[in-house]
Ligand binder design. Structure first.
Ligand code: IMP
Ligand code: MG
Length: 184
């Protein structure tokens, strides 16, 4: 029987490492945002599993909101184009905002988002990313909090997709090149 794991080169980050790191970042956020009632913004869809784990690991009062944007299309390489598909429900004026993102790659998506949300006058605005592909950066931006630095490989799982697939894998794995080569 076909398994999504057949499409992986290898598992890069297993459940235990994810869980430990999420707990560590949650504790840092608890400390830094104590008494600030922050708004954590989930960037859909890739960030959903990380976001729900992160907020449940945090112990301080907080609020959540959701925003959907896309920068990639179906492929595995960046387009530099960012499109907003769903905006936040509530105002962030004078609020402490944490943008939670699945992965920072070229940096285009987050620099666009940061500029857009800054213009709404939040009290503070920081970025928390699950993964950081530092070597791929094309704009001068970096996450304030991050779980893992990774090499320049295309990864899926724990929310991350290739053509909307693999988001439900509990681990983060490197996708076999033949999977996206044959599509492009
Ligand atoms: P950036 O604008 O180039 O930083 O791209 C960020 C977005 O690209 C992320 O939110 C992901 O949706 C997507 N992305 C970048 N690298 C990967 C990857 O290795 N796997 C899956 N999606 C990725
Ligand atoms: Mg994506």
């Amino acid at each position: 029987m076909y398994s999504m794991y057949d499409d992986l080169e290898y598992i890069m980050i297993d459940k235990k490492r994810i869980e430990e790191k999420v707990a560590e970042i949650a504790a840092r956020l608890d400390e830094d945002y104590r008494d600030k009632n922050p708004i954590l913004v989930c960037i859909l869809k890739g960030c959903a599993p990380f976001f729900t784990d992160l907020i449940r690991a945090m112990k301080i009062p907080l609020q959540i909101d959701f925003m959907a944007i896309s920068s990639y299309g179906a492929g595995a390489s960046t387009s530099g184009q960012v499109k907003m598909n769903k905006d936040l429900d509530k105002s962030i004026e004078n609020r402490h905002v944490i943008i939670v993102e699945d992965i920072m790659d070229s940096g285009y998506t987050l620099s666009y988002l940061k500029r857009m949300l800054s213009s709404r006058n939040p009290a503070s605005l920081r970025i928390c990313a699950l993964l950081d592909k530092v070597a791929r950066r094309e704009v001068d931006i970096s996450p304030d909090y991050k779980c893992f630095d990774i090499d320049n490989e295309f990864v899926v799982g724990y929310g991350l997709d290739y053509a909307e697939k693999y988001r439900n894998l509990p681990e983060i794995g490197v996708l076999k090149r033949e999977i996206y080569d044959k599509a492009e």
